[in-house]
Write a protein that binds this ligand. Sequence first.
Ligand SMILES: N=CN[C@@H](CCC(=O)O)C(=O)O
Ligand SMILES: [Zn+2]
Length: 392
Amino acid sequence: MSSVLIDDIGELVTNSPGEGEAGPLGIRRNVALLVEEGRVAWIGPTRDAPAADRRIDAEGAAVLPGFVDSHAHLVFAGDRAAEFAARMAGQPYTGGGIRTTVGATRAASDDELRATVRRLRAEAMRQGTTTMETKSGYGLTVADEARSLRIAAEVTEETTFLGAHVVPAEYADRPDDYVGMVCGPMLAAAAPYARWIDVFCERGAFGVNHARAILACGQAVGLGVRVHANQLGPGPGVRLGVELGAASVDHCTHLSDADVNALAGSPTVATLLPGAEFSTRSPYPDARRLLDAGVTVALATDCNPGSSYTSSMPFCVALAVREMRMTPGEAVWAATAGGAAALRRDDIGRLRPGARADLMILDAPSHLHLAYRPGVPLIRQVLHNGVPQCRP
Ligand SMILES: N=CN[C@@H](CCC(=O)O)C(=O)O
Ligand SMILES: [Zn+2]
C-alpha cells in the first residue's frame, strides 16, 4: 500500500492527551500527518514532513479521527415514515413498531437487506463515520437473525446479536420459550457472525431476569455485552449492564442516582443516542450529570427505521451540544474516542502513530464548526484504513 501525506493541517484533533494542547482532544496545530500501510506513521510540523507517494493539501482545515458510531441497526426492510408522522402529531413512541419492521425484514430477500445495509453504511461514511457497529434484531427467528448478522458482517467487524430486541408476536404468550430459543439455537446460529450480544431491557421488551440470562449465555460463548436500557423509563437495565461488565449501556435517558454512581465506578461506557430523543420527541438524556460524575460518555446515531432514522454523527454532535449541555469538545470526543471505548477498541478514535488511519478532513478550520454549523455538509474527505474514500 502506498503512503499518503496530509499536510497543512490547521487543527489536528488527536484525542491523545499529552500530544498537544491541554485537554482530552490533544489538539495540535499546523502539522502534517503521514499514513503508511493504513496506519498513522508520523505526525509533525508541516515544514518537517517526509515525502510520500501521494499528498493531500488540507489547506489549513481541521482533521479529526473518523467518527466511531457504536450503536446502529442497519439490517432491516421497509420504513416507518407514517409512524414518525403520527408521532409528530402527538402519538407516543412505545417500541411497538419494531414488530412492523420484523415483518418487513422477514419478507425481504438477502439482496434487499444487503442493499439497505450498504446504502446506509456508505451514507454514514460520507458523513465521516469510519467505524459503524450494527445489530441484528429485526429477524427474530433463528434463520433471520443469523442472516442479518451474516449480512452485517460483510460491512463491519462490529456486529451485535440482538435476538432479544422484542418478543415476536408468535411467542407473545410464551416469552420463556422465546428466551430459551434465543439462548439455544438462535445464539448458536448467530454467534459465528457476532462480536457482541445485546438485550433491550425495558418494560414491554425484556425484564431484568430474562436479560441477565440471555446476556450470560452470550458471555459463555465469548460475546461481549452491551445493553439497551433506561430509554423509555427508569429500570434496572443500566445496573445490570454494570454488574455484567458491559462495554456499554445505551440510551441512559432515565437514570437514578444509583445508576449514575454505578456507571461512575465502572469501566462501562454510557452511550447516548440523541437522534432517538429527537425523532421520538422525548426529553434528552442528562449528559452533563454523567460527565460531571466522571462517567465515560459516547455518542452514537442509533440508526434504525423506527426511533432514529439518521446515519449522521455530525447531527448527533450538534444535538448533544445544543440539547444536552455537552461542550463541542466533549461531543466530538464522545463521537470518536468515546465510541471506540464503547467498542473496547484502542486502535481507532485517536490519531497517533500506530493508530488506524481512519480520519476526516473538514471544510472548516476547527472541530467547533461541527456543532456551530448544524446541517451543513462539512466533511470534505474521509480516509478509511488510510484509503481516501469518494468525495461526497
Ligand atoms: N430501543 C430499542 N431499539 C431501537 C428502536 C427500534 C425501532 O423502533 O425499530 C432503539 O434503539 O431505539
Ligand atoms: Zn438501538
